[in-house]
Design a protein around this ligand. Structure first.
Ligand code: UDP
Ligand code: MG
Length: 307
């Protein structure tokens, strides 16, 4: 029988893990696949690791990897995919916001409809603060214009993939990982399954608003170089403006004489152009800092314990 590894990133999820385990067991019991669980403990500070150990003790199909510290969900997903051995891999959040009842039909689509991957997306953002939804929609709109890969609005990381696709994803060993882009970048035939947003079963979200903003900048830097082009264009426009202003002022001084006036406008122009310069430097700096991190070639995660 073919095997399917369920990869589950967990960070401070002691309450959610047992509920998740029960719910998934129930959902996949009639599927003609051998399932195994691969929990990834991303440096949790609560009893997450103990809960994983207990489960692994009771059930041979449960495995876990425990990181030496918190490396982030991207690292946890990467580690899970890298260590997975199944012919298929499912990535799922542990908080049951990703409905396990979809797994049988996802497998069905891969088996019978010739897809390499079945991915899910939320069709609504119920229960989310409106300001957060607004920024999320803005992010996808921008990415749609500037990024070279297809990013589907509301896409979750919850997906069912063939071994071939997982191996391709793992072969992208970049340090600054943005999976939503990577999934699209590797290609393969993907079927999108919509579902309605759900509340977490237990625990709290690990994403603050600030972290989400940071994450979206990472996505932009990782999958588009458009901001660098924009900053060059802004630079060229300002060169033209300043050149035109220079000619205008020079001619005016020749024709009308040169009374010492207009320093407020001068001060404004200097601060304005300095602001633009710093802004463009900042954009360049973001790409440079990411390159720096990439060049160092540090490992994406460090394992402390596994079973
Ligand atoms: N997670 C993780 N490392 C982190 C943050 C989150 O492994 O640093 C896991 C978390 O345990 C959960 C999943 O990633 O299984 C999604 O996190 P969360 O539910 O907090 O995100 P949201 O659903 O609110 O976007
Ligand atoms: Mg969640």
């Amino acid at each position: 029988m073919e095997k399917c590894t369920i990869v589950v990133p967990c960070y401070n999820e002691e309450e959610a893990i047992p509920l998740f385990y029960e719910a998934v067991n129930e959902a996949v019991k009639d599927v003609n696949l051998e399932f195994e669980y691969l929990f990834v403990n991303d440096g949790s500070k609560d009893k997450t690791l103990e809960v994983m150990r207990e489960l692994a003790e009771k059930d041979d199909r449960v495995h876990y990897i425990s990181f030496s510290r918190n490396f982030g969900k991207e690292a946890a997903m990467y580690a899970g995919m890298k260590e997975s051995t199944g012919d298929y891999v499912v990535i799922m959040d542990v908080d049951l916001q990703d409905p396990p009842e979809l797994i049988p039909s996802m497998y069905e689509s891969v088996l019978n409809e010739g897809y390499d991957c079945v991915a899910t997306r939320r069709v609504d953002r119920k229960g989310e603060p409106p300001i957060r939804s607004m920024f999320a929609n803005l992010f996808y709109a921008i990415m749609h214009i500037i990024a070279k890969v297809d990013m589907v609005p509301g896409a979750r990381d919850y997906r069912f993939m063939t071994r071939n696709m997982v191996d391709s994803i793992v072969s992208l060993g970049e340090y600054n990982r943005f999976s939503k882009g990577i999934f699209g970048w590797v290609g393969f035939d993907t079927k999108w399954v919509p579902f309605e947003n759900r509340k977490r079963v237990a625990g709290r979200t690990k994403w603050s608003f600030f972290k989400l903003i940071q994450y979206s900048f990472e996505g932009i830097v990782a999958f588009s170089t458009a901001p660098l082009v924009w900053s060059s264009i802004i630079g060229i426009i300002f060169c033209f403006i300043s050149f035109a202003a220079l000619i205008f002022l020079f001619v005016r001084a020749l024709v009308f004489g040169d009374p010492v006036s207009g320093w407020p406008s001068l001060a404004c122009m200097i601060t304005f152009s300095a602001g633009i310069q710093l802004f463009c430097f900042g954009i360049m700096g973001m790409y440079m800092s990411k390159t720096y991190l990439e060049v160092k070639g540090r490992p994406i995660y460090i394992v402390k314990e596994k079973k």
